[in-house]
Design a protein around this ligand. Structure first.
Ligand code: APR
Length: 396
C-alpha cells in the first residue's frame, strides 16, 4: 500500500500529528510497538502549558482536557523552613493544566481512531525506514498477528517514537549532531497513592538535596527526591522516602505531607539531548525522538506538542496548497523553542541543585538566584514567562 504520511509512535507527538492530518483529509497511518491499553496507561508527564491547551482546543482536541484538568496558576518554593508562593499566572496571564499524559493519549487515540476512523497499527515489530533520502521512502514492519513482513510506501515519515525509538538512528554523525548535557544528579521519581498535600507544585530547596511535590490527580501525587546518579531505587525504602520528603519539603505553616504507598519508584539520571537538525531527507523527527529535556520544569510534553503542531500544519499546507515553506522551516522553528526550554531548564536546575552540591560557591549563587526571582519584579516576570512557556508568534 501507499500512504502519504507514515507516523511512527503513538505518543502525544504522533497522535497530535495524526489527528490534525486526518481532520484535513491528508491520509496517514500510525505504527506503534505497544498495545493500545499500554499507551493509554503508561505514567508519564502531567503538565500542559496554556498556549498548548489553546492550540489543541483550537483544533478540537482539548474538550475533555478542558473539562477535567485542574488549572494551576501558582507554584511554591520552600527554603530555610519558609514558604514562598510564586504567582506566575498573574504575571503572564497563562496557567498550567494538570492532565496526565495517559489521559491525553487516551483522548487523542479515541478521537483519531474511533471518531475519525484513522488507522493505528498497535503491537508492530521491527520497524525500519528505507530510502528517506530519495523521493520514494518506505516503512517496513512485522505484522504482530501473522508474523509477516509488510511495507508501506509513502512520501514522508514522521519520527515520533520517543527517546528509545528507531528513527533517531538515521542521524548519522556526518549528517547531524546530538548535543547532550548531563546534570550529574539523579532524581528519584515517585508516584504515591496519596492525595496532594498542596494545591500547587512545591519546590523544596534544601542542603540535603532538592525535593518536589506535584499534584497528579485527587488520588495520586508525584514526588521527586534528588539522589546520587545511578542510585538503586531499592535503597529507598518507604520510610526513608517519606522521612526525606518531610525534611526537604517542611516549612512553618505548611500542612504535613499526606503519606501513601509508593506505586512507582525509579531513578532518572538527569540529562538532556538535542538532535540537530530535526529533518533528514523525508524523515521529520518530533518530540522525544529529537530532544529530551530533563523533567526539571515539566517541559517534555509541551515541546512534543509544539513540534507536532508545527509539523502537522506544515504537512497540511504542503498537501492542500502545495506550500513547502513550513516543511523547509520546520527544524529551525522547532529548535528555537527547544533550545529556549533547554536553557531555562539548565538555569532552573542550578537553582534547585546548587544548595545541595557541597560546593559553597554554587550554593551561595543558587540562593541569590532564588532571592532575585522572589524579590525583583523584573526577574520574577522573566522567570514566569519561561516557566509557563509563554509563546509569541504563530502558535500564540
Ligand atoms: N516503532 C513504533 N513505535 C515506537 C517505536 C518503534 N520502533 N519505539 C517506540 N515507539 C512508541 C512508544 O511505545 C511510544 O508510544 O513511540 C511512542 C513515543 O511516545 P512518547 O515516548 O510519549 O514520546 P512523544 O510523543 O515524543 O512525547 C514526549 O513523553 O515522556 C514524555 O516527557 C515526555 O511528555 C513528553 C512526551
Amino acid at each position: 500500500p501507499r500512504v502519504p504520511v507514515v507516523i511512527i509512535g503513538a505518543g502525544p507527538a504522533g497522535l497530535t500529528v495524526a489527528n490534525i492530518l486526518r481532520a484535513a483529509s491528508v491520509d496517514c497511518v500510525v505504527l506503534e510497538t505497544e498495545s493500545r491499553e499500554f499507551v493509554e496507561q503508561r505514567p508519564r508527564a502531567g503538565f500542559i502549558e496554556e498556549w498548548a491547551v489553546r492550540a489543541l482546543r483550537h483544533r478540537g482536541l482539548a474538550d475533555r482536557l478542558v473539562e477535567r484538568a485542574q488549572a494551576h496558576s501558582e507554584c511554591e518554593f520552600r527554603i530555610d523552613g519558609e514558604q514562598h508562593r510564586f504567582r506566575y499566572a498573574t504575571l503572564t496571564g497563562d496557567r498550567h493544566f494538570v492532565y496526565p499524559q495517559p489521559l491525553l493519549v487516551t483522548d487523542l487515540v479515541r478521537e483519531y481512531a474511533d471518531v475519525k476512523g484513522g488507522e493505528i497499527l498497535f503491537g508492530v515489530r521491527d520497524v525500519a525506514l528505507h530510502g528517506i533520502d530519495g523521493d520514494r521512502p518506505a516503512v517496513l514492519y512485522t505484522d504482530p498477528r501473522t508474523g509477516e513482513r509488510r511495507r508501506i510506501d509513502c512520501d514522508i515519515v514522521a519520527g515520533c517514537d520517543g527517546a528509545r525509538g528507531v528513527t533517531r538512528a538515521h542521524v548519522a554523525p556526518d549528517r547531524g549532531t546530538v548535543a547532550r548535557y548531563d546534570y550529574g544528579v539523579g532524581w528519584l521519581a515517585l508516584l504515591a497513592e496519596a492525595p496532594p498535600s498542596s494545591d500547587c507544585v512545591v519546590f523544596g530547596v534544601h542542603p540535603r538535596g532538592f525535593g518536589a511535590h506535584m499534584a497528579r490527580s485527587p488520588e495520586v501525587t508525584r514526588y521527586y527526591l534528588e539522589v546520587a546518579p545511578g542510585e538503586d531505587p531499592e535503597n529507598w525504602s518507604h520510610d526513608r522516602v517519606w522521612s526525606e520528603l518531610h525534611a526537604r519539603l517542611s516549612a512553618t505553616g505548611a500542612p504535613a505531607l499526606t503519606e501513601g504507598p509508593l506505586i512507582e519508584k525509579r531513578v532518572l539520571d538527569m540529562h538532556s539531548y538535542v538532535v540537530e537538525p530535526m529533518t533528514y531527507g523525508r524523515l521529520f523527527l518530533a518530540g522525544d525522538s529529537a530532544h529530551l529535556v530533563a523533567p526539571i520544569a515539566a517541559k517534555g510534553m509541551n515541546l512534543a506538542l509544539h513540534d507536532a503542531l508545527l509539523l502537522a500544519d506544515a504537512l497540511v499546507a504542503y498537501y492542500l496548497r502545495g506550500d513547502a515553506d513550513g516543511l523547509r522551516g520546520y527544524s529551525a522553528a522547532c529548535l528555537r523553542r527547544v533550545w529556549e526550554y533547554q536553557e531555562f531548564s539548565r538555569w532552573f536546575a542550578e537553582l534547585l541543585h546548587g544548595p545541595s552540591s557541597g560546593d559553597p560557591f554554587r550554593a551561595g549563587s543558587a540562593r541569590a538566584r532564588l532571592r532575585r526571582i522572589l524579590g525583583s519584579p523584573a526577574a520574577a516576570a522573566t522567570f514566569a514567562e519561561s516557566y509557563i512557556g509563554k509563546v509569541t508568534g504563530p502558535m500564540a
